[in-house]
Design a protein around this ligand. Structure first.
Ligand SMILES: [Zn+2]
Length: 314
């Protein structure tokens, strides 16, 4: 009898335990100074519930881990929790990622093979090269849900000189990601959006970049509505982290790649409060933060290689 009650109690606990999900978003190339001054009601909603943290990319300036403030380098620092000296991505060509430093998707799938992952991206390489969907080097990691590659579809998205098509692709990616979240709620998702980077490169700190940030804010609202829908109608709790991959040079606000403070300084927004007070975080802290939240037991070599610390570890 006691055993039966115990089994009942255990299954009751399983039934009430909230199903935890993670969504991380990279909005490309938005300097902290520009985000902070923007009118951004959807971002502010998230910040009010959680936190806005100054963040950095680029590793240790002048040190062994120093990493170019270049897009794919930053994405892979988020994905692997390491800097260039380990993950091996030095530029946007993504020639030789060192897959021995696994992505957060890979360790998640290895810990929980039945859980689902999703990539929604305005840049195809993010899934095919960085996450390594279906590659032998990732032991054929399978991305369960993906919506990407639209930049190659010039019929649906003809390339215009002002790169407005990139905004249209971002819109498509956001619509698709929101729908998949509502319908299927992948356990871990990455949304990548690019238009802000294009406006930064073309116009620097400018009304055009401000407009792009406003558009991004509306996109965040749409995605958060999908997350709220899940939390309100299903037994789920979501961690949402939004960040960028680099700042821009102080002179023109257009370029990046170097080690100036304005190129290295970024930001991180999440819908949970950090477990401890944090003065400044780094892009490599996102991997261990997600691992804490989803209770991923990391293999010892992976844990030892991590360069960051969990924002949620008490
Ligand atoms: Zn970038």
């Amino acid at each position: 009898m006691f055993r039966i009650i115990l089994v009942l109690l255990c299954s009751l606990q399983l039934a009430t335990a909230q199903n935890k999900k993670v969504l991380f978003i990279i909005a490309d190339g938005i300097p902290a100074s520009e985000l902070e001054k923007a009118n951004k009601p959807a971002f502010d909603d998230i910040i009010n519930k959680g936190a806005y943290l100054p963040c950095y990319v680029g590793g240790e300036k002048g040190g062994f881990t120093q990493s170019p403030t270049i897009s794919a380098v930053g994405y892979n620092s988020l994905l692997t929790g390491t800097w260039t000296n380990k993950h091996g991505v030095v530029d946007n060509a993504i020639k030789n990622p060192n897959y021995n430093y696994p992505t957060i998707f890979k360790v998640f799938k290895e810990a929980y093979p039945n859980k689902k992952i999703g990539v929604f991206s305005t840049w195809l390489d993010n899934r095919t090269k960085l996450v390594g969907d279906g590659l032998a080097q990732t032991n054929y990691l399978h991305v369960d849900y993906h919506r990407d590659g639209y930049e190659l579809d010039t019929l649906q998205f003809p390339h215009d000189k002002k790169a407005y098509y990139i905004h249209l692709i971002d819109e498509k990616v956001v619509a698709e990601a929101s729908q998949v979240i509502k319908d299927s709620a992948p356990d871990m998702s990455w949304v990548y959006l690019e238009y802000t980077d294009d406006m930064g490169h073309r116009y620097g700190r400018s009304p055009q970049l401000d407009t792009a940030i406003s558009m991004l804010d509306k996109q965040m609202q749409k995605i958060m509505q999908a997350v709220s829908y899940r939390e309100n109608n299903f037994n789920e709790e979501w961690l949402v982290i939004i960040t960028t991959d680099h700042g821009r040079d102080a002179q023109t606000g257009k370029n990046h790649g170097g080690q100036s403070d304005s190129e290295r300084n970024t930001w991180l927004i999440m819908n949970k409060k950090p477990a401890q007070e944090v003065a400044k975080t780094a892009i490599v802290d996102i991997f261990p933060t997600i691992a804490t939240y989803l209770n991923i037991k990391l293999p010892i070599p992976v844990a030892q290689a991590l360069e960051g610390v969990s924002l949620l570890r008490k």
